[in-house]
Structure formats: structure tokens, C-alpha cells
Design a protein. Structure first.
Ligand code: ZN
Length: 152
């Protein structure tokens, strides 16, 4: 886990400083908002899905370093994948950051996303790390209602 911890720090710093795909996507056909009132994270996720493939993915909004890095890395890792793969990775990512599954089992599936396994050690941060993912998931399902980590 030592190596992963270093990677975690590196990924958070890098993606927070230079978030990837950080813009509005005008041609998106799946859009959803996500809010984490506990931390103040708030993002909109845009996807362009064609023939069941995520052609483009982008996001905008603001929040803490972890939420932004997670959204940024999600956007780079999911682009070009099928909706089915995206759903599978979402499930694995969710299990790993909540500590439900061991990251070592899924290193191959997660690739660089494995860096976020470190979040499992900080339960209060889990919602930050998964916010963009929940919004992305809701967008793919047609999400009209904003996703919130808390019942409002
Ligand atoms: Zn946060």
C-alpha cells in the first residue's frame, strides 16, 4: 500500500492543479449535477454518449482537492469506454474507496484510479471521492434530479 499512498498524494496534487476535461461540454447528451453539502463540493458532469460509447466526458464546478481530482481522473479514465465498462468500473471504484473491496483484487481494472484506494482510510472523504462518479452514473441514467450525498 505504500506505493499507492504516494501515488494518491501525487494524483490529488496533479489533478487538482491541472484538472483535465474541466469545461462545459455543449454537445453533451447526458448531464447531471452532484452536490456534497457536507464539504461544499458541487459539480456538473457532461457526457456525450454515442452507440453506447462515452465519446466525450467533461465537468465543471468546484470543491475540495479530492473531489476535483477524482472528477478529473474519472474523466480521463472513462473516455472511450462502453457504458457497460463504465458501470462496472463505477461499481469497483465505489467498493474500493468505501473499503468494501480490497484494491489489490482490482488493480488491473482500476489502473491509475487505484490511487484513490487511500480514501478508504478517511471515511469523511469518501463522499468527496465518489461525488462526481454518482453524478456521472445518474447522467447516464437520464438524471434530471441533482445527486446529493445527503438527504435534503
Ligand atoms: Zn470534498
Amino acid at each position: 500500500m505504500e506505493g499507492l499512498r504516494d501515488l494518491y498524494q501525487e494524483v490529488i496534487l496533479d489533478h487538482n492543479k491541472k484538472p483535465r476535461n474541466y469545461h462545459k461540454l455543449e454537445k453533451a447528451n447526458c448531464v447531471a449535477e452532484g452536490r456534497n453539502p457536507l464539504c461544499g463540493d458541487h459539480y456538473t458532469i457532461y457526457l456525450l454518449v454515442e452507440n453506447d460509447i462515452v465519446k466525450e466526458i467533461a465537468f465543471e464546478g468546484s470543491g475540495c482537492a479530492i473531489s476535483k481530482a477524482s472528477a478529473s481522473m474519472m474523466s480521463t479514465e472513462l473516455k472511450g469506454r462502453t457504458v457497460e465498462e463504465v458501470n462496472r468500473i463505477f461499481e469497483i471504484f465505489h467498493k474500493v474507496v468505501t473499503g468494501e473491496a480490497n484494491v489489490m483484487t482490482y488493480l488491473e481494472d482500476l489502473g491509475k484510479l487505484a490511487a484513490f484506494a487511500g480514501v478508504a482510510e478517511f471515511p469523511v472523504r469518501v463522499k468527496c471521492a465518489t461525488l462526481a462518479w454518482h453524478a456521472m452514473h445518474s447522467a447516464l441514467q437520464g438524471g434530471e434530479k441533482p445527486v446529493s450525498t445527503e438527504l435534503e
